[in-house]
Design a protein around this ligand. Structure first.
Ligand SMILES: *Cc1c(COP(=O)(O)O)cnc(C)c1O
Length: 377
């Protein structure tokens, strides 16, 4: 079998490649032009930044925000806001964004790895209980790949243990659980406005919290007599119009994901999100749509990816996870079995195609189905 053959010969399903992101949009162009006309666009403080902060705080219903240069930095600032210091331990899932492990290390703190739930991408709260030690200062919870972490259980355990909860919502801005925004369950949240993200300022991030002391900790670290990790007015001009569009786009993406999940469910070898993540109480946000290759599948991930990518679809490997990291760098709870499986089997569909036309979504689901059939010949 040569995985580099087109599924049925001929031209790929998406000959022009994936749709552009961020979308070219008049409201964004108008906003940027107005910022340029104002002459204030290069500043690190000003009206547009104040407006952005006010709108983020109102969307999340939180009192304070600190804008910064990236989601990666936002995670580190959020950990610092939570009071994490050198020598502390921070619990995180063994399957997570690579920068999150490094953000903990950057502070001189020690990552403590817990498993994810079976067949899922978010942390197992029971393992958080087992991971607690006298050095534990915080738990870092990411809502990943359209899935909502069991944040209520984590928060309950953290309260009891008197540790802080940092919520990484870089992949899930606007997502809700029981009508409540993700990012408001923990003590402090991090957002990303990176180039590929659902809210994009080309680059950028934010920390959100309710506690003034926490905000001050992030501020003090970010301000070194100079704004060390700034977000500028031109970025705010890019971002502002997108805040108002987020909900509508999230709805459209959800409709597309339902179709993808339905198609994937037809193949016994592929698995998408389970019912929980697409449940009525949850409004997910899809930066990536996860597909898992089930155990015993008659094709491997590399072959499946090669076939689908040739069709012009942005499907790629998931995170590599941290289970193989040296014991010198982290403490591990249990065998991290499900995180290892997620690292080996996850494929991620990039979000821009989810806003495409009905017929493109059909082409997408059809291609996924045909790729699996093709590889099983
Ligand atoms: C993208 C991402 C980040 C970092 O954001 P950047 O703006 O790219 O630095 C952090 N956490 C998660 C879960 C992400 O997906």
């Amino acid at each position: 079998m040569n995985p580099l053959l087109k599924i049925e010969g001929g031209s790929p399903a998406f000959p022009d490649g994936p749709p552009a992101w961020p979308v070219a949009d008049d409201t964004i162009a108008d906003s940027v032009n107005a910022a340029i006309a104002s002459g204030q666009w290069g500043l690190y403080e000003g009206k547009l930044l104040e407006q952005t902060q006010a709108q983020l705080q109102s969307m999340w219903g939180l009192a304070h925000s600190q804008l910064c240069c990236s989601g990666t930095v936002a995670v580190e600032l959020a950990l610092r806001a939570a009071g994490v210091k050198a020598g502390d331990e921070v619990i995180l899932a063994a399957y997570d964004f690579p920068g999150n492990f490094r953000a903990i290390e950057a502070i001189g703190a020690r990552p403590v790895l817990v498993d994810v739930l079976a067949g899922r991408w978010t942390m197992d709260p029971q393992q958080v209980q087992a991971a607690l030690s006298s050095e534990t200062r915080a738990v870092l919870v990411s809502h990943l790949h359209g899935e909502t972490a069991d944040i209520e259980s984590v928060v309950a355990i953290a309260k009891e243990a008197q540790i802080r909860v940092v919520e990484d919502v870089c992949q899930s801005p606007g997502a809700t659980l029981n009508g409540r925004m993700l990012g408001t369950f923990g003590d402090v949240a991090s957002l990303s406005f990176g180039g590929s993200k659902l809210l994009s300022a080309g680059r950028g991030g934010a920390v959100l919290c309710n506690d003034e002391t926490m905000l001050q900790r992030a501020r003090i670290f970010a301000n070194r007599g100079n704004d060390a990790f700034p977000f500028s007015q031109i970025q705010a001009a890019l971002l502002l119009p997108q805040l108002g569009q987020l909900e509508e786009y999230s709805r459209r993406r959800l409709l597309a994901v339902r179709k993808v999940a339905t198609e994937v469910a037809r193949s016994k070898w592929l698995h998408c999100l389970d019912h929980l993540s697409l449940h009525a109480d949850v409004m997910p946000a899809f930066y990536k749509v996860p597909l898992l290759i089930n155990e015993g599948a008659p094709f491997d991930r590399a072959s499946f990816l090669a076939v689908v990518q040739q069709e012009g679809i942005m499907l790629a490997e998931g995170f590599r996870g941290f289970a193989k990291r040296s014991d010198r760098r982290c403490r591990k709870i249990g065998d991290l079995k499900h995180a290892r499986l997620a690292a080996a089997r996850t494929m991620l569909l990039h979000h821009p195609i989810l806003l495409s036309s009905q017929s493109d979504i059909e082409k997408l689901t059809d291609t996924l189905g045909r790729a699996a059939a093709y590889l099983m010949r």
